[in-house]
Ligand binder design. Structure first.
Ligand code: CO
Length: 250
């Protein structure tokens, strides 16, 4: 049902300010930007390998994204999977009595889209998208490697994602974490107590093709981060509320 993570949606206060980090410092190419009136947002898609990052600025405080910003501040908002046939996917989900926000596809920035209810995926707001046929990938200096999800019960949350979308489980050392493959990327599910009690999306792991060049860009921009050998963790105040972990290697 799912080919890859199409994008990860991030709510930001101001799109222009978010461009300064995501486009100008991190170097993600801007693919498109548009106002989506029925969602009350100005949205942009930026390339991140074979996945994308979607930035969402609320156009009014009463929209669902506006209320999210008031309640939670900037940060990770939703996860979108690329499905080849959104009508078929919705039919299957309805047969399984999965709770949906959209029972029929509607036009969105990523193509024909539909949202599942967060209850359907253990508190994670999931969007499905069938992109337009002419949507081409663009080379990016940084690519999304995996998304980290905090769960009260890791096995149960992994089971829900596996049964809804058919993701295979990747072998890991025995431990409390579970990794699911999604196309070339992955979802890592960790116990919520490991991530400050957070349930739902908590962090993104990225790989930089030219790590030194990226560190130089962070220096120039005054990006706040903790540097290790071949890896860096950004302070969320520098990355619009998102815990970003960037490494040199796969
Ligand atoms: Co989206």
């Amino acid at each position: 049902m799912v080919r890859r993570i199409h994008h990860v949606g991030i709510v930001v206060r101001d799109l222009a300010a978010a461009y300064r980090f995501y486009r100008d410092t991190l170097g993600l190419p801007l693919l498109k930007e548009a106002s989506i009136r029925d969602q009350g947002v100005r949205a942009a898609l930026l390339a991140a390998g074979d996945t994308e990052i979607e930035l969402l600025e609320p156009l009014d405080a009463s929209s669902s994204v506006g209320r999210f910003l008031a309640r939670r501040g900037e940060g990770l908002h939703h996860l979108c999977f690329d499905t080849p046939d959104i009508h078929a996917a919705l039919t299957i989900l309805k047969e399984q009595h999965v709770e949906l926000i959209d029972t029929a596809p509607r036009p969105g920035l990523a193509g024909a889209i539909a949202f599942l209810h967060p209850k359907a995926c253990c508190g994670v707001l999931v969007e499905l998208a069938t992109p337009a046929a002419d949507a081409a990938a663009k080379p990016s200096p940084v690519r999304l490697k995996r998304l980290v999800i905090g769960a009260r019960d890791v096995k149960q949350t992994a089971g829900v994602f596996r049964s809804r979308f058919g993701f295979p489980e990747l072998t890991m050392n025995d431990g409390p974490r579970t990794m699911l493959a999604v196309g070339r990327g992955a979802i890592l599910i960790v116990p919520s107590e490991e991530v400050g009690g957070t349930e739902g999306m908590v962090a993104l792991s990225l790989v930089a093709l030219d790590f030194e060049a990226l560190m130089a860009a962070f220096d120039d921009a005054g990006t706040k981060c903790l540097r290790g050998t071949g890896e860096v963790t950004l302070e969320p105040e520098s990355s619009h509320g998102v815990h970003l972990h960037i490494s040199r290697y796969e």
